[in-house]
Design a binder for this molecule. Structure first.
Ligand code: BGC
Length: 773
């Protein structure tokens, strides 16, 4: 048991191994990776798993979702905010820290069940003094404005005075270790005592002057008695430090507790921030660390009841799947409809916290089935930014609504036009100019969200408005080619970003056609059955019968490239004429090795692609293609996909099962599930791959468990259990029922209603009645 590595106090708290992610030793080169893996989020804020005492290699970022700033950088990005992790312990000028001392014993674990980070190490300083430092930290989900750290400090072979520095560090800047990109997004407006003691620091973002207040207090206890003496607050420039000391006695454990709170002007008026933070900390002290932790734990217990997946028979994979779910569910926000989930969750700096198509295509299904309120917020986020998407379309010469490739808080395009390469050269980035399929993803997201949640109210009102405007965008984005009597979308980039731009990317054309077709059908239903909503949509969008007629023609004549006379779909016009390079070798992690040919040729000159593109289309629109088309295309494109994006392996896993290639599907699931844990993309330091976390969930639930919704609206479960698994269970919400689905090795399925109504479910082709028994 991993918890055996801790002393009694923590052993009592920590969960069993299936819930623990272990860091068994300290290697400074791994710091940034572990900071991402061990980040904690409560949906409101996220903080990376840096050490309380600091370190040389660290990006100790804390983000509050929705707090963006641009300043000198290329785009609005989540601002790194003052970090409150700091606790430094010193004996006679020797810091008790992992980098200053000899490490005699080291363990850190992420406890996913309770969403807490625990550590234990014995440090020996230069004078031979040994200290056992253990601790836990959490960001409360019961009250998202409370965060706490508790350290257990035991001098093992000495007695003396230990000095404590409790720190809030306002010097943190984004992209700290990338000199060209470094930027400070905030300025300080207050660095003062919280009350009689404690620290209060207030900063504001530089562009919008949005204020953020952070505060903390530290206490030290021996046998529940406060022992911190000589308390003093100091402001050292942009660091707020509270000093104190205590007498430490050999063999006796001191508990140090740090109580923290944060509020921003997104929550309350500027003048109220200091008071709110102070009251919250007073309240936290009154409640007590243990009780607050218990309340937090209770919320997670409920969340896990809905979200956990149990795979019997493959312990490591079971835990890795849980790890992905943990990070995704922790970042979802059920309270705020104006924030999304960024491509790196709230765990790292890459992509600035921006929302991509990753949200709708990869993460939304998880939230729709498991946490529908969060899914509704993700949908509302897009509605809230519809006006900005309309402006974006107009700016680019189109009609309707064009959603930005990268979206932050105001809905303007946040994908930079320029980036700087490591050699200092400037690189014109055309992604936002050509990659338009995000608008189709937003439309598809609405369709899928409503299919799963049956949130008709959203569909008929906000959803319909978005769908109409994205359809309008697509109609204006198409060109009529008279000599071929067809509509084309030219100069466009599909999901595979290594071919940029191309003409007629099949994925984009198909989804544009689908968006138009879907709206035409919906409008017709609205007209016949929902007069009030029909009037509303006409009034809000100015849609005319003539426009609908035109859309009918466009979708009917949309060009969909394919190899004539075969089942092969062509990723884009001319793809099959490119050099036919295929992947032949795989590394020890089963990851494809770049073919030799790419040493002399650019990927765009070849058929090698970055990520699922045609196969993504088959994943989303599978029911519109024949089995033969699906398997022929899977086989063709699989040999040519390098998975240069984390948005790829999970899709190849789900589709591998569709075509009956179970062993490939299993290998892809493993790659996806361990992508961050084993740092397979070599960039986990920049944050957890959010889309992949949702992809892992989809792979297990849609792929191996075979969950889908039939045309008749009936939930269907048709599993393909891998031979390695002895059992699989998970739960989901459908219609008015909360269901527990248990699958055995032989693919037999048990569906039980945990809450709500009895429900008919199609299991392995047979309709059964799921009830509470
Ligand atoms: C992928 C995109 C994805 C983005 C953010 C890129 O590398 O090609 O499909 O949306 O990362 O995750």
């Amino acid at each position: 048991m991993i918890k055996e590595r801790f002393s009694e106090k923590l052993k009592e708290i920590l969960s069993s191994d299936d819930w623990l992610i272990l860091q068994p030793e300290y290697e400074p080169e791994d710091n940034l990776k572990y900071e991402s893996l061990f980040s904690l989020s409560n949906g409101y804020l996220g903080i990376r798993g840096s050490y309380e005492e600091g370190g040389k290699i660290t990006l100790p970022y804390l983000y509050i979702n929705g707090v963006f700033d641009k300043s000198e950088t290329f785009m609005r990005e989540l601002a790194a905010l003052p970090n409150w992790l700091g606790i430094k312990l010193t004996i006679e000028k020797e810091l008790i820290g992992i980098e200053n001392c000899q490490i005699l014993n080291f363990t850190r674990v992420l406890d996913m069940k309770q969403a807490l980070l625990a550590k234990s190490y014995i440090l020996r300083d230069k004078k031979g003094r040994e200290t056992l430092v253990e601790g836990i930290r959490f960001v409360s989900r019961a009250n998202v404005h409370r965060m706490g750290i508790k350290l257990y400090v035991t001098p093992l072979n000495y007695s003396g005075i230990i000095e404590v520095e409790n720190i809030i560090d306002g010097t943190i800047i984004n992209f700290y270790d990338a000199p060209r990109f470094k930027v400070k997004h905030t300025y300080m407006t207050a660095n003062e005592a919280l009350d009689k003691d404690g620290i209060y620091m207030e900063v504001a973002t530089r562009d919008n002057h949005l204020h953020i207040g952070s505060g903390c207090r530290i206490e030290a206890y021996k046998n529940n008695r406060g022992i911190l003496k000589n308390r003093m607050f100091h402001a050292f420039g942009e660091q707020g430090v509270e000093f104190g000391d205590f007498d430490a006695v050999e063999g006796e454990t001191i508990e140090i507790i740090k109580y923290v709170s944060m509020y921003t002007e997104r929550d309350a008026a500027r003048y109220a921030l200091h008071g709110l933070v102070k009251d919250e900390i007073d309240g936290f002290l009154e409640t007590g660390f243990e009780e607050e932790l218990a309340a937090h734990r209770a919320v997670y217990e409920e969340m896990w009841k809905s979200a956990d997946i149990r795979i019997a028979g493959d312990f490591e994979l079971d835990r890795a799947v849980r790890f992905n779910i943990f990070h995704l569910m922790s970042t979802g926000n059920e309270r705020d409809a104006t924030v999304n989930v960024g491509a790196k969750l709230l765990s790292g700096e890459e992509y600035g916290g921006h929302a991509f198509w990753d949200t709708e295509i990869f993460m939304l299904p998880f939230f729709a089935y498991i946490f529908p309120e969060t899914a509704r917020n993700l949908e509302s986020y897009r509605y809230h930014l519809l006006e900005a998407a309309r402006k974006n379309a107009r700016k680019n010469g189109y009609k309707g609504a064009q959603y930005p490739w990268e979206s932050a808080d105001d809905g303007t395009e946040q994908c930079p036009d320029w980036t700087i390469e490591p050699d200092g050269s400037c690189y014109r980035c055309y992604v936002a100019v050509y990659e338009h399929h995000v608008s189709a993803a937003v439309a598809y997201g609405i369709y899928n969200y409503v299919k799963i949640t049956r949130d008709k109210d959203f569909l008929l009102n906000q959803g319909m408005e978005i769908l109409t405007e994205t359809a309008r965008f697509w109609a204006s984005r198409c060109e009529y080619i008279a000599e071929k009597d067809r509509y084309e979308i030219n100069q466009v980039t599909g999901p595979d970003e290594w071919h940029e731009p191309v003409n007629n990317n099949l994925y984009t054309n198909y989804l544009a056609k689908w968006n138009l077709r879907y709206v035409i059908t919906l409008i017709d239903t609205l007209k016949k059955e929902h007069a009030k909503e029909y009037d509303r949509i006409i009034r809000k969008t100015g849609l005319t019968d003539g426009e609908i007629k035109y859309w009918e023609i466009v979708q009917d004549k949309m060009y969909l490239p394919r190899k004539e006379g075969t089942s092969l779909l062509e990723q884009f016009e001319g793809y099959f004429k490119l050099d036919d390079v295929v992947i032949e070798k795989y590394d020890e992690n089963d990851w494809p090795i770049r073919p030799e040919a790419l040493k002399t040729k650019k990927a765009r000159q070849t058929q090698i692609i970055k990520q699922a593109d045609v196969v993504m289309l088959l994943h989303l629109m599978g029911e519109e293609f024949s089995e033969d088309e699906i398997s022929q295309n899977y086989e063709y494109y699989e040999k040519r996909t390098l998975h240069g994006s984390s948005l790829s392996p999970s899709i190849y896993s789900v589709m591998g099962l569709k075509v009956g290639d179970d062993s490939k599907a299993y290998r892809y699931l493993k790659r996806a599930a361990f992508l961050d844990l084993l740092n397979l993309q070599k960039n986990t330091r920049e944050g957890i791959h959010a889309a992949n976390t949702g992809g892992v969930w989809q792979t297990v639930v849609f792929g191996f468990a075979g969950v889908s919704i039939g045309e008749d609206g009936m939930l269907t479960v048709c599993p393909h259990m891998p031979k390695e698994w002895e059992g699989l269970d998970f739960s989901l919400h459908y219609l008015n029922s909360w269901l527990k689905i248990t699958i055995s090795r032989d693919n037999s399925v048990l569906v039980k209603v945990l809450d709500g109504e009895t429900l008919e479910v199609k299991v392995n082709g047979q309709i059964i009645k799921a009830s509470r028994e």
